[in-house]
Structure formats: structure tokens, C-alpha cells
Design a protein around this ligand. Structure first.
Ligand SMILES: CC(C)(COP(=O)(O)OP(=O)(O)OC[C@H]1O[C@@H](n2cnc3c(N)ncnc32)[C@H](O)[C@@H]1O)[C@@H](O)C(=O)NCCC(=O)NCCS
Ligand SMILES: Nc1ncnc2c1ncn2[C@@H]1O[C@H](COP(=O)(O)OP(=O)(O)OP(=O)(O)O)[C@@H](O)[C@H]1O
Length: 202
């Protein structure tokens, strides 16, 4: 069974997917694939430095993500150019991993799942949501400025809309033990190939 997990900025998607991985799912993250490309894929690094200048190069030869974030979050045209470079590569690698997998449960974390119209490729879609003030606090904790947070949110559908489109909604409104319990409950359903239960919240 293939499952796509999405959700807004700092809602706990990666944590939820990590728990599913610990329970036995094979997992992939679009954000992590991007980070790998920016760290070590020479061709991609050259294209991005060519478009955005050597100021976005890091000291170790890869791209400095913080510098690049400063350039693209807040400039929709620049962000689109970056997405045009990265999204086809991320899509290709995700598809390759799904096809190569023989795992009973395969989980892909895709922040722009519904914005990119990719949801039909998966057996089931899950949206993780969290109270807004909590998401803001988590974003601030990781050093993200208000302007950057707003720019990212402007590029994404509101979390209510993501939740409306998803087959299953996981409300991350408690502690980590609660989230683990939610993941365990869903994983048991996924394993039976029985994730889709219309209208029910996870
Ligand atoms: C700008 C970059 C270098 C910043 O890296 P950094 O490590 O600082 O942030 P990170 O990648 O963790 O992203 C922070 C948050 O923004 C979200 N986000 C990232 N890119 C986008 C985007 N194009 N549109 C909307 N949200 C985005 C992420 O899902 C995450 O929630 C990086 O996010 C990037 O290259 N983004 C463009 C590629 C992309 O669209 N990625 C989204 C998944 S494919
Ligand atoms: N239920 C929870 N209780 C306590 N902390 C949590 C909970 N869920 C997530 N967190 C913490 O909140 C932060 C954000 O979570 P996480 O990185 O999983 O979110 P994300 O949606 O993947 O973020 P991003 O949008 O940056 O990719 C992390 O520090 C994580 O440990």
C-alpha cells in the first residue's frame, strides 16, 4: 500500500513519518531528497548557482540552504525557478523508490502533494494538522523569521484545505506519545490494506 503524507509548515509531518518508519514502513521525504540534491548533486548545484549566483554556494561545495531560503522565500518568481529545477528530480526519485519497493507499507512525505496534483498516484492520502500557534512556535524555534513563514504558507494550500482533500486527517494536538499512538493505530489499518475510511479522522 502506498501512502502520501502532507501537511502545512511545522505541523509534525516528518515526526509522524519517522514513527511510521520505526513501525516498519519504508519511507521517503521530498524535503530530504531536496536536501540531498543540494548537498551533493553537482549538476543541480551548478544549475542553482548559475541561476541564483555564487552567494548561495556553501563552504563544503554544496548549496547553502539558509542563503537560498533567503533568496527564494518571498520572491515567487525565484521560488518557481528553483521548483522547476528541483521538482522533476524529486518526482522521478520518489516514483523510482515506490516502484522498487516491496514493502507492505510505503510512505512518502510530500509537502506540496495537493498543490502539485500528485495525490492520485497513491492508494491513500494523509494530512497532518496542528494548532496554528503551535506551528508558529515550532517554526520560530528553528530560527525561521515571520516573513519567511508567511511566504512559505502563501505557496501552500491552507491546512484546512489539505485536511479536506485528504482521506485521513491526523490532528497533532497532543504530545509525542499521542502522535505515536495515532501512528500505531493507522499503521495497523494500513497493513491490512484498509486505510481508506471516508469521513473519519485519524
Ligand atoms: C529553499 C530551501 C533550500 C530551504 O531549505 P531549508 O532546509 O532551510 O528548509 P526546508 O527545506 O526544511 O523547508 C522549510 C519548510 O518549507 C517548506 N517548503 C520548502 N520548499 C517549499 C516550496 N517550494 N513551497 C512551499 N513550501 C516549501 C518545506 O516543506 C518545509 O515545511 C529548500 O526548502 C528548497 O530547496 N525548496 C524548494 C524545493 C521544494 O519545493 N521543496 C518542497 C518539497 S519538494
Ligand atoms: N506531538 C508533538 N509533541 C511535541 N513536539 C512535537 C510534536 N510533533 C512534532 N513535534 C516537534 O515539532 C517540531 C516540528 O515537527 P516536524 O519537523 O516533524 O514538522 P514538519 O511538519 O515535518 O516540519 P517542516 O514543515 O519544517 O518540514 C519538531 O521539533 C518536532 O520534534
Amino acid at each position: 500500500m502506498t501512502i502520501a503524507v502532507t501537511g502545512p509548515l511545522a505541523c509534525g509531518k516528518s515526526t509522524f513519518v519517522r514513527i511510521l518508519g520505526e513501525l516498519g514502513a519504508e519511507t521517503v521525504s521530498a524535503d530530504a531528497l531536496v536536501h540531498d540534491l543540494l548537498l551533493g548533486d553537482e549538476k543541480t548545484i551548478r544549475r542553482i548557482a548559475g541561476r541564483f549566483g555564487d552567494g548561495v554556494r556553501g563552504e563544503e561545495g554544496g548549496i547553502d540552504r539558509r542563503a537560498l531560503a533567503g533568496v527564494v522565500f518571498g520572491d515567487p518568481e525565484a521560488l518557481k525557478d528553483l521548483e522547476d529545477i528541483l521538482h522533476p528530480l524529486v518526482r522521478e526519485e520518489t516514483d523510482r523508490r515506490v516502484s522498487a519497493s516491496d514493502a507492505e507499507v510505503f510512505v512518502a512525505e510530500i509537502p506540496l502533494l495537493f498543490e502539485g496534483e500528485r495525490s492520485g498516484q497513491f492508494d491513500l492520502t494523509v494530512a497532518v494538522t496542528a494548532p496554528e500557534e503551535r506551528r508558529r512556535a515550532w517554526a520560530a524555534e528553528r530560527g525561521m523569521g515571520e516573513d519567511q513563514r508567511r511566504a512559505i504558507e502563501a505557496r501552500q494550500l491552507p491546512q484546512e484545505e489539505k485536511a479536506r482533500r485528504a482521506d485521513v486527517v491526523v490532528e497533532n494536538d497532543g504530545d509525542l506519545d499521542k502522535l505515536r499512538g495515532q501512528a500505531e493505530g493507522l499503521f495497523e489499518r494500513f497493513r491490512g490494506g484498509n486505510g481508506r475510511r471516508e469521513g473519519e479522522e485519524g
